[in-house]
Design a protein around this ligand. Structure first.
Ligand SMILES: [Zn+2]
Ligand SMILES: [Zn+2]
Ligand SMILES: [Zn+2]
Length: 395
């Protein structure tokens, strides 16, 4: 390892990232110190110029995504690095400095194979943007939630069970003098009140409070499940599911790292011809990896476009949520205006500005539009149940 004097350039320190994991943590801490972090306004410009060209964010990204590394680093270190990254990325946006560029000074042949591969693939990624069909969901505020159910409440004409429950819970919590944790909002679900808390400790505090003070209410923390993906129209033999997964890892060059990833085929439906559509549960790190590869994965000799899957049914026949077309017992409605005619016969099919969504009744989009507020609220409810922070929906 290079000896680090105060004059050591960040560049030299970075070379030590090739050293074993524990050393890498130390190196990064030293690196942050060396930058007199947090950056002071007066030397910010100079430091950013030094950083210009260093693939620092990339190096750290590689490190922090390594679960072995993460298990060795202390909470304190992770927080510090996370903060460092956030600030650095912000500076980068502010100053338009190309921190991510590969500098000529760093020789690619000095990198380990893994670093080289990741660096090159990230370089390639930069020139490419996410598919047009994907959409952003980073505006969604996902909060730790408690669901409260109160028994023996019946639906009324003007107030659903959820609305009544929400009203009762709000009244009760508004009137308490106790410290119950920080609540962001209380919203009605179908048959529950959803209490959104600021942070996880606030939720724990409120949950314990409700358990003690209102034991007759059924308070629960919703169970969180892994992300799910959909892979359409691939060869699949249900008797050989394990082998399918094994080959998926090999074809996507994940075999060496497969201990880090988990996937489980939940069910499958008929696709085109003999092909099947697979509904797969994946661990958060695999979901992340698929996104970083633009949803393009390999199954056998075929490249597929992986999609996220959520349990949201939108009926293609009556355009309503909550059931599938095969179970629909309602009248066929047009997705462009909600009228009773087949959509091929819709008089305004070519005039999107006149479309009127039958679900939210707003003009300018049709029932299938992902921007529809009814869809967005259903999607949010699904995302809240997932063990993954979605920024994009792979669609
Ligand atoms: Zn229907
Ligand atoms: Zn129509
Ligand atoms: Zn709508």
């Amino acid at each position: 390892m290079a000896q680090k004097t105060p004059e050591t350039e960040p560049l030299q320190i970075l070379n030590d990232f090739k050293t074993p994991k524990k050393e890498a943590i130390k190196t990064l801490n030293e690196f942050i110190d060396h930058l007199q972090f947090p950056l002071e306004e007066k030397n910010k410009q100079e430091l950013l110029i030094k950083l210009d060209g260093l693939p620092i964010i990339r190096f750290i990204d590689i490190m922090v995504k390594d679960s072995e590394w993460a298990s060795q680093a202390s909470q304190e270190t992770i927080k510090r690095i996370d903060y460092f990254l956030t600030i650095l990325k912000k500076h980068k946006e502010d100053e338009q400095i190309k921190i991510l560029a590969v500098p000529r000074e760093i020789k690619l042949d000095q990198m380990s194979n893994q670093q080289l591969r990741t660096t090159l693939s990230l370089e390639y990624n930069q020139t490419k943007s996410y598919p047009k069909t994907w959409y952003k969901v980073d505006h969604m505020e996902i909060r730790p939630t408690i669901l409260v159910r109160i028994e023996n409440i019946k639906n009324k004409k003007d107030e659903t069970i959820g609305q009544q429950t929400t009203r009762i819970v709000k009244e009760y919590l508004e009137n308490t003098e106790d410290d119950i944790g920080r609540i962001v909002s209380i919203e009605p679900g179908r048959e529950v009140a959803k209490i959104k808390c600021l942070e996880v400790p606030d939720r724990t505090q409120l949950y314990n409070y409700l358990q003690t003070k209102q034991p007759q209410w059924i308070s629960e923390i919703p169970c969180i499940v892994n992300p799910q993906i959909l892979i359409q129209n691939v060869k699949f033999d249900a008797r050989d599911a394990n082998n399918w997964i094994e080959r998926f890892f090999i074809k996507n060059r994940l075999n060496r790292e497969k201990r880090r990833f988990e996937m489980k085929i939940l069910h499958h439906t008929k696709g085109i011809g003999q092909l099947r559509n697979l509904f797969i549960e994946v661990c958060p790190s695999l979901r992340e990896l698929i996104q970083s590869r633009f949803g393009e994965m390999f199954v056998g000799l075929q490249m597929v476009h992986v999609k996220d899957y959520f349990n949201i049914n939108l009926c293609r026949k009556c355009t309503m949520y909550g059931h599938t077309t095969t179970r629909c017992n309602k009248i066929t409605k047009c997705p462009y205006d909600g009228e009773v005619h087949l959509n091929q016969g819709c008089p305004i099919i070519d005039q999107p500005s006149k479309w009127r969504c039958p679900n939210c009744l707003k003009f300018g989009h049709c029932a299938w539009d992902v921007d529809c507020q009814v869809y967005q609220s259903r999607l949010k409810a699904e995302i809240e149940k997932r063990n993954f922070k979605y920024t994009w929906i792979m669609n």
